[in-house]
Unconditional design. Structure first.
Length: 193
């Protein structure tokens, strides 16, 4: 995808293939001055799913936003990789990815934000959160910043946690069945993506 000066694009990706399939996708986006790119990913199908996003902000004052939610169960493996390069000044980027992982499934997120020396006044944010619904589920996060400029505002982070028994108990004490409580808590976790 090539975004010309002052252009904008919202891209919605729904990956819900049969559980017996493999899904591999790669997307490269280049942005020119004052362009805006937003992508939204929901990945719930395929036994093996990998999404790769490379976004290059070549022009001044570009904005890039990438959001994603992986829902993995049984023995599914979901992998999301992002690479965002700031080559010019006054750019903004925001990445927020979540995974809800059950059974023996696994989810992984690997993201890199690179800010080149001439790319001053950059604001970049990257966050990965994972919710484990079973003791055999696993999730891996690797957010990274590579900053060669000195006038930037950047942050990144990652969390992985199981459902807490006290959260489930709180809902059960109000008459909600245990599985329904787990479903409600997982839905609440995924809601903001």
């Amino acid at each position: 995808i090539e975004l010309a000066e002052n252009s904008s694009l919202k891209l919605f990706i729904l990956q819900d293939e049969k559980k017996s399939h493999c899904h591999l996708s790669s997307l490269t986006v280049t942005q020119e001055k004052s362009s805006e790119f937003k992508s939204y990913l929901l990945s719930s199908g395929a036994c093996l799913s990998r999404h790769s996003l490379l976004c290059q902000q070549n022009g001044l004052a570009c904005e890039s936003r990438a959001y994603g939610l992986s829902l993995a169960e049984t023995k599914q493996q979901h992998d999301i990789q992002t690479r965002l390069h700031h080559f010019n000044k006054d750019g903004k980027s925001h990445q927020f990815f979540k995974a809800v992982v059950a059974d023996e499934a696994s989810a992984a997120f690997s993201g890199i934000i690179k800010i080149k020396e001439d790319a001053q006044k950059i604001k970049a944010f990257q966050l990965s959160k994972n919710l484990l619904l079973s003791q055999t589920a696993s999730a891996y996060s690797k957010p990274q910043l590579e900053i060669d400029a000195d006038d930037v505002k950047c942050s990144h982070g990652a969390t992985t946690a199981p459902l807490r028994e006290e959260e489930i108990f709180y809902l059960e004490a109000r008459g909600v069945k245990k599985q329904t409580a787990k479903n409600l808590l997982a839905l609440a976790f995924a809601q903001d993506v």
